[in-house]
Design a protein around this ligand. Structure first.
Ligand code: AMP
Ligand code: GLY
Length: 424
């Protein structure tokens, strides 16, 4: 079969790498892709929001299956556009992608169906939000309703910061219309765990757990980023936590979406916080996590195309989803200065050292070919260096060893990815 992947980051490289392993796939395309994805797929120069061009390409090239990677096209109805063109596509429709695209929607859904999450209120008027803050308990969390590249969440330690936050989101519109409505919610403490799942509208199959590192600097200091590294599994995701989430969170979410007339087919990413009162949902994403995917898919035993097909066909209950009994760690190599100001265009050396057979993987997040055909840096996050091992500690040692294979000017990484493993 012929497969098209839409997207061009580390997540899509990991998906493409996994799809390319399927014996069913004879030709793989990726739009727009990147220099790493080009090793396993033919890259097509079409942007992720150019639905007319994407569907025309899929029709002309008789694509049998399209997988939409990022949140923006899903929220804008990419799946609906493919379906309207009579094409087979993996991902939630627009009316289901709202699970991620509107935090007010997802919070109201959780409240209505009794899914554990932080207490909250929603506001469309800055005056009402400011009045509410006067009597609220601090610290407190403000969230822009809409998609804001993971940056629309403000943790405010006191009333002054919270008032400033309302101004940033609702009056200065730092995240545009994403801040037309905001959620103000209780500040929770605990460990965070990411759990990805396949969903076919009715059945949900949970993948192995992972943990992200969102801050730019060691010791969880610095600004929030798209993610500086991950490990999988999370040793804090115990059998008890799993049992609780299976009873109170996972299936309930799928059933709630169906009951609302918003049947969800695709990936649900549960951002969980393990609080003293039990696991609670921090957020939902309607897609694979980045860089969680870079540690989860190298551990997956199944042919991923079977999972995509089962989700589309509603036959997920018949699939036995399995993961290796090992561990993986991903360390992101970024451009110094990310997530603020950084330079691009530096040659990347050492990519030839990575061979699947050794348990080392390099997933490209921001790379491209320059005019001479040399692979150069092309983003804040450049590469996700992943290694597997029998244990988390072994995987971590291997991943940091593999970061040394790579050199480029302004290379920056955190040195404490997976430090939490030592506390388990
Ligand atoms: P979100 O995009 O909603 O996952 O939020 C981004 C990050 O903000 C999360 O990964 C948490 O680290 C933090 N966060 C979000 N909501 C809360 C909360 N209610 N209490 C404490 N931290 C939070
Ligand atoms: N790693 C978090 C996310 O993909 O949103």
């Amino acid at each position: 079969m012929k497969v098209l992947i839409v997207g061009g980051g580390g997540r899509e490289h990991a998906i493409a790498w996994k799809v390319a392993k399927s014996p069913k796939v004879e030709k793989l395309y990726c739009a727009p892709g990147n220099a790493g994805i080009a090793e396993v797929a033919e890259c097509v120069n079409i942007g992720v929001m150019e639905f007319d061009k994407l569907t025309a390409f899929a029709r002309e090239n008789q694509i049998d299956l399209t997988i939409i990677g990022p949140d923006d096209p899903l929220a804008a109805g990419a799946v609906d556009a493919f379906e309207a063109a009579g094409l087979r596509v993996f991902g939630p429709r627009k009316n289901a992608a709202i699970l991620e695209a509107s935090k007010a929607f997802s919070k109201d859904l959780m409240k209505k169906y009794g899914i554990p999450t932080a207490a909250y209120e929603t506001f469309t008027s800055p005056e009402a939000a400011l009045a509410y803050l006067e009597t609220a308990k601090m610290p407190i969390v403000l969230k822009a309703d809409g998609l804001a590249l993971g940056k629309g969440v403000l943790i405010c330690k006191d009333l002054e910061e919270a008032k400033e936050g309302v101004k940033t989101l609702m009056l200065d519109k730092q995240f545009g219309s994403a801040g037309d409505e905001i959620v103000i919610e209780e500040f929770m403490t605990g460990r965070e765990v990411s759990v990805l799942s396949f969903v076919d509208g009715k059945t949900i199959k949970i993948m192995t757990s992972a943990q992200d590192h969102k801050r730019a600097k060691d010791g969880d200091q610095g600004l929030n980023t798209g993610g500086m590294g991950t490990f999988s599994p999370s040793p804090f995701y115990t059998a008890d936590v799993d049992a609780f989430c299976k009873e109170h969170i996972y299936q309930k979410t799928v059933d709630a979406m169906r009951a609302e007339g918003r049947e969800f087919k695709g990936i649900i990413f549960f951002g969980l916080m393990l609080t003293a009162d039990g696991p609670k949902v921090l957020e939902y994403n309607a897609r694979f996590g980045d860089p969680e995917t870079q540690v989860v898919l190298p551990r997956m035993k199944n042919d991923i195309v079977d999972l995509f097909e089962a989700c589309i066909d509603g036959t997920l209950d018949q699939v036995n989803l399995q993961f290796e009994d090992n561990a993986a760690v991903c360390v992101v190599l970024a451009s110094d200065g990310y997530p603020e100001h950084y330079e691009k265009g530096f040659p990347i050396h050492g990519l030839e050292h990575f061979k699947d057979a050794d348990g080392y993987y390099v997933f490209h997040a921001g790379s491209k070919f320059d005019a001479d055909g040399q692979i150069v840096t092309n983003g804040g996050r450049v590469l996700g260096v992943t290694a597997t091992g029998k244990t988390l500690k072994e995987a971590r040692t291997n991943a940091y060893k593999a970061t040394e294979f790579i050199t480029f000017d302004n290379k920056y990484m955190r040195h404490d990815i997976g430090k939490a493993i030592d506390e388990a």
